[in-house]
Design a protein around this ligand. Sequence first.
Ligand SMILES: [Zn+2]
Length: 451
Amino acid sequence: MTRRSGLWTALLLATALAAGAGQEDLQGLFDGTGTKIDLKALLAQTKNSVPKIDHVIGFEDRYWVEVTASGKNERTRLADTGMSIDGVNGGVVSGTADSEILGIIQKAGFTVVRATRLSSFSPDDFPPADGTYHNYEEVQSALQTAQGAAPEYATLFSMGKSVEGRDLTGIRFYKDDGKEKPGILFVGTHHAREHLSTEVPLLLSQWLAENRDREDVRELLETRDIYIVPLVNPDGMEFDIATGRYRWHRKNMTRNSNGSVGVDLNRNYAWGWGGRGSSANPGSDTYHGPSAFSEPETQAVRDFIESHPNIKIMLSYHTFSELVLYPWGGSDEPIADGRALGAFKVMAEKMGGMTGYRPMQSSELYVATGDTCDWAWGAKGIFCFTFELTPRSQWQGGFYPGAGAIQGTFAKNIDPALYLIDLADDPYRAGSGRVASAPKPTTTQTGDNPI
Ligand SMILES: [Zn+2]
């Protein structure tokens, strides 16, 4: 209930702002208790008295920010400031920033209509209310359970190690008959605070194991090479939940040269690295890192893909906003290859229909360089999609929609996963080919953890 009441407080504040506040007030900044923030004083205080490490990794100096910006060019200009853009609602863009980035946003001429301290609506009840989400250890054991349920197909592997030495554990479904088969890779949680993006691929692995005897599922398991890595950023995820109170942490746990923490893994890939929509400021939530592939987590994804050239399709799960995104993210241009673009569009629209999520080229939202899918497609020719999962907005739970969101979100996302697994032999047949169609599971009680 703490989380909910926090959200309500913030929602009421927003309503009050919209309804009653004068223009002057709207341009001011408010914290979650309705106290007006003096940005100048805030910046001075940050500079002079707050230790840098707390400034960056704590959340006392971080804000949920809403800024007026219309159209993708304005949104891209906003992304350039180092604000993470997590929601777009008409002419208002929302996301996270610290006071330094807030200053940059204002200096760039944007109107900040709201800035709520993250601490004011962070829940303090991850355990037990959100206990059905899997932490790192639970992901390991859930993957072991899935493997144990389908030993004729499933094996576990580690894609590599995180900065702090945790395994990027994955599960492979493949019938070992010595044949090369078309491959597909599902990855979750590049961004630490997007916990639902661990659950969906994890539950997919359990669902495939449990439904392996169904004819349509068996056909896919016997003719495809399926890799699922639910947790690409285990360090950041653990950091986000370590205190029992969400920290809204997005990045990995690299210690930057200026003492701040974290690189945005989804700005660290080599395609267009360091360009628009990513930040050179190590404190920013969208810091792209000192060089492309500077991080062990993105290196692991790169090396895995390079050593598995049979992978033709990739799906990278994120939250939130309910979108199905395809390249380019780093450029306004459409993909040059018309046939590929056609296939991308058909696939995105089909999966949009299955989920109710909105399909679009990633840069339609705003331009952001260095993401997974631009590299996967640009460098490797892999049909790569980014899903922004449930919910639609911050006001429906944002990054922390609660345990109740898991099953419904997973159920929506089974069909797109099966559809892509099926198309892995030839994504270009998206427009016409037979596709697997699976009825919704009657139950998704899976694995060793009560779901
Ligand atoms: Zn994300």
